[in-house]
Design a protein around this ligand. Structure first.
Ligand SMILES: [Zn+2]
Length: 168
């Protein structure tokens, strides 16, 4: 470790992630690893799970490990078409190697379609299992553009995480 970093050892770390995907008819809509019934779904890398992508970026950001696109490029065959839960598992594995684990997560999902409210609890519970954290440590808020969107229909997620460093 860089000697200048030793005074920071053991302190919590914060990370921010953001992601956006366009929506298209007939695509499955997976948010936080849960399939949501909706006539439209996000287009993009793997299953285009905007929430898990932003979450992975927040975790990697807090760990100082670049970002999702750098670690798991969609040009590499091993990452093509895999569910985004695999990216999260791999991200958590990399964090664990560094002695890092998540303490809490807060997320904002901006989606006019699908309606988030009926699925919030299920998504939080699923994230709680994936992150091995109590549901109370994971929050999810839904926002809409209140009909002001002018371009193509999109979904957008912002996630902030807190990590703790444990050196046994
Ligand atoms: Zn994405």
């Amino acid at each position: 470790m860089n000697p200048k970093e030793t005074f920071l050892t053991g302190l919590p770390r914060i990370g921010l992630g953001w992601d956006l995907h366009r929506l298209a008819k007939g695509r499955e809509c997976i948010l936080g690893g849960i399939e949501i019934p909706c006539p439209v779904g996000p287009i993009g890398h793997s299953d285009a799970d905007v929430l898990l992508h932003a979450l992975c970026d927040a975790l990697l950001g807090a760990a100082g490990m670049d970002d999702l696109g750098t670690l798991f490029p969609d040009t590499e065959s091993q990452w093509q078409g895999v569910p985004s839960t695999r990216f999260l598992e791999e991200t958590l594995r990399l964090l664990k190697q560094q002695g890092l684990r998540p303490l809490s997560v807060d997320a904002v999902l901006r989606c006019d379609r699908p309606k988030l409210q009926p699925h919030r609890r299920a998504i939080r519970e699923h994230l709680s299992q994936l992150l091995s954290l109590p549901v109370s440590r994971i929050n999810l808020k839904g926002k809409t553009l209140e009909g002001s969107q002018t371009g193509p229909e999109t979904l957008e997620a912002q996630v902030i995480v807190l990590l703790e460093e444990r050196r046994e």
